[in-house]
Design a protein around this ligand. Structure first.
Ligand code: ATP
Ligand code: MG
Length: 615
């Protein structure tokens, strides 16, 4: 695995974005200085209740554990953890597990794994024990007691009521964009009546869906989210953390601001679809402060545009459909935009950090071109990845004068190449030239087209003049001259024949004596190792697979996955799972994290060296 590095960002895109400006403004104004942790004793999270908070800012990454994280989440992770890192703060890892039906422990573990892999940590120095670290990993469900108490406090203050209209009545009475809402007949219940009824909800006296607790705000607000939003519902479902302790659960929009407040979050960063929820976020936290349940200065919500990338879908529902209907081989299929899939494909954590950084932070959405992912990968790996030779579409080349030059057909002529051309200190790869080598089929043309400089046999032109075969260099080896080819009965080329030009070995004084235009990568037939190589490409043929209501399944790329047998330089025999290489002239490849073994090597193509999709 490649260690994450500090991303380097080109200056023209290096953004001081609006979030950085907000944070810098708050730091300069001391908005969050001298604040104390909020909450009340007895709440699980309230480790440092009442203690001064040493962190300058606190952000959080709050996934719902209902699916695997994807590239869009990576952006949010890099943003939240990155801001905390850059401004001397802490980012909390928080599972927003308020919805008991869809959440599973499997996802909790996968999410922890993915964020750790991306290179982030939620450990921070513990203010109470200067040498200790504290783990900022939280579950919204740990605050259910507090959320319940806060709901009772709202009821007591006349700011919440139990509504027993049917869901249909509630929908109609909410009104719409043009029509103000209508008060529920239950809206005038007294706090005492509401409290008694809410406790009956909690104690299981009402069936699922029979009633909800609603905040009492304003049924004619132009913002529909303020028309008495539901804050608790009845749902008999076993929760992955609290089991059957509750049959009422807080709504996400109610739970989230409370989670932020209890954890002393300063900047609560989310995607734009929550913009309309911000007035309720503010109402709730200001109200709870007035009721003495939480403290000022309270967190504030800021929204940014989500990351959209061409040729990718990131909706959890659609990703699940791809897996469940068998269009891909699982959540970690290397074509999936999930972090487990991208990791398996060979994208590095550092490349995803780089991508997230480069994608910037803005208020208006847009589409990032898929090629940006590969560009980030190349920028990360080009200076790091060890080089290796591989032949992906093998054609045998026989060196007809090998024994004459070296004295024996079984001679092994040592050759070497740099591990990395930019890092001589990383040493040399050693391999041997033998009498037969694998070359790429495309490096031979019996009838060469114009501008083809690699191997083609001697030929006689229309005027009857005979031209010798072409010369090319076997990279890190000798210049060779093509003398012919072999074919099977059906005319299919089975081998290329060539003669070594003596005294032209790379790195010797004779190397420059013969000038050639073509350079060919090769692997010795005797010592090369066969490997399964999986060639991946984009999963969709259209840049915006679900644009205009199109069924995204109808534009799946039928050629997004191909498995071949390739021959690799012998040094790759010691490659370990998740080792990254640049296969010279082909691109970046990784030893598969699940299937690769030294006995049976399996490599995945992460990206080609150049963008093959650019027209
Ligand atoms: P999806 O729409 O794929 O189901 P979600 O928003 O429901 O995603 P959560 O688990 O709630 O998934 O997301 C955790 C965090 O990641 C949220 O703060 C959310 O805004 C953010 N996030 C999700 N998708 C993207 C994206 N494409 N770009 C940026 N941030 C994202
Ligand atoms: Mg969500």
């Amino acid at each position: 695995m490649t260690a994450p590095t500090q991303p380097t960002t080109p200056d023209d895109t290096k953004p001081s974005n609006f979030l950085r400006q907000v944070i810098e403004r708050d730091l300069a104004a001391g908005t969050y200085d001298n604040r104390k942790f909020a909450g009340t004793p007895g709440d699980a999270a309230h480790h440092a209740m009442g203690a001064a908070d040493p962190a300058r800012i606190r952000t959080r990454f709050p996934p719902e554990p209902n699916g695997y994280l994807h590239i869009g989440h990576a952006k949010s992770i890099c943003l939240n953890f990155g801001l905390a890192r850059d401004y001397g703060g802490v980012c909390h890892m928080r599972f927003d597990d308020t919805n008991p039906e869809k959440e599973e422990q499997e996802y909790v573990e996968a999410i922890i794994d993915a964020v750790t892999w991306l290179g982030f940590s939620w450990e921070a120095p513990d203010p109470r024990h200067p040498v200790a670290m504290r783990t900022h990993l939280y579950y919204a469900s740990n605050y259910f007691d507090f959320m319940y108490r806060a709901a009772e406090a709202l009821i007591g203050a006349g700011l919440a009521y139990v509504d027993e209209q049917t869901p249909d009545e509630m929908r109609v009475n909410r009104g719409d964009f043009n029509t103000p809402g209508t008060d529920s007949p239950f809206r005038t219940r007294t706090p005492e009546q509401n409290l008694a009824r809410f406790r009956e909800m909690r104690d299981g006296h009402l069936p699922d869906g029979a009633a909800v607790l609603r905040a009492k705000i304003d049924m004619s607000s132009p913002n529909i989210n303020l028309r008495d939003p539901a804050i608790y519902r009845i749902k008999r479902a076993t929760h992955h953390n609290t089991g059957d302790a509750w049959c009422i659960y807080p709504m996400y929009t109610y739970a989230h601001p409370i989670e932020d407040a209890l954890e002393n979050i300063t900047h609560s960063i989310c995607t734009l679809e929550f913009e309309d929820q911000r007035p309720f976020y503010d109402w709730l936290l200001d109200t709870l402060c007035e009721l003495g349940l939480t403290r000022q200065p309270r967190p504030h919500q800021y929204e940014f545009a989500r990351l959209n990338i061409t040729y990718i879908v990131t909706s959890k529902r659609k990703l699940r459909q791809l897996v469940e209907e068998g269009h891909v081989q699982g959540w970690d299929d290397p074509r999936m935009p999930t972090l487990v899939g991208m990791r398996r494909r060979g994208y590095t954590a550092a490349s995803l950090q780089l991508l997230a950084e480069r994608s910037g932070v803005s208020k208006s959405g847009g589409w990032l071109d898929y090629s940006s992912i590969d560009i980030a990968l190349r920028d990360d790996l080009d200076p790091k990845a060890a080089r290796a030779c591989a032949v992906l579409d093998p054609l045998k080349l026989k060196l007809v004068n090998f024994a004459d030059v070296f004295g024996s057909e079984s001679h092994r002529e040592p050759c070497h190449a740099p591990v990395h051309p930019g890092h001589p200190e990383r040493g040399q790869r050693e391999f041997v030239l033998t009498n037969e080598v694998w070359i790429e089929r495309e490096d031979f043309m019996e009838e060469p087209s114009k501008g083809f400089f690699r191997l083609s046999p001697p030929r006689t032109d229309a005027a009857g003049v005979t031209h010798p075969g072409t010369r090319s260099r076997l990279k890190y080896g000798y210049v060779i001259e093509c003398v012919g080819c072999e074919k099977d009965e059906s005319g299919h080329i089975t081998a290329v024949l060539a003669a070594l030009v003596p005294d032209t070995k790379s790195g010797t004084p004779g190397a420059d004596a013969v000038k050639v235009k073509g350079v060919i990568t090769w692997v010795s037939v005797a010592t090369g190792i066969p490997a399964e190589v999986r060639l991946y490409d984009r999963l969709f043929t259209e840049a915006q697979p679900d644009a205009g209501g199109r069924d995204f399944l109808s534009v799946i790329n039928p050629n997004s996955h191909k498995t071949i047998t390739a021959f690799l330089e012998p040094g790759l025999a010691t490659a370990q799972r998740e080792d990254h290489f640049q296969f010279e002239r082909h691109g970046y490849f990784v030893a598969d994290r699940k299937d690769h073994t030294t006995e049976r090597p399996v490599f995945n193509r992460t990206a080609t060296l150049k963008d093959t999709w650019a027209k």
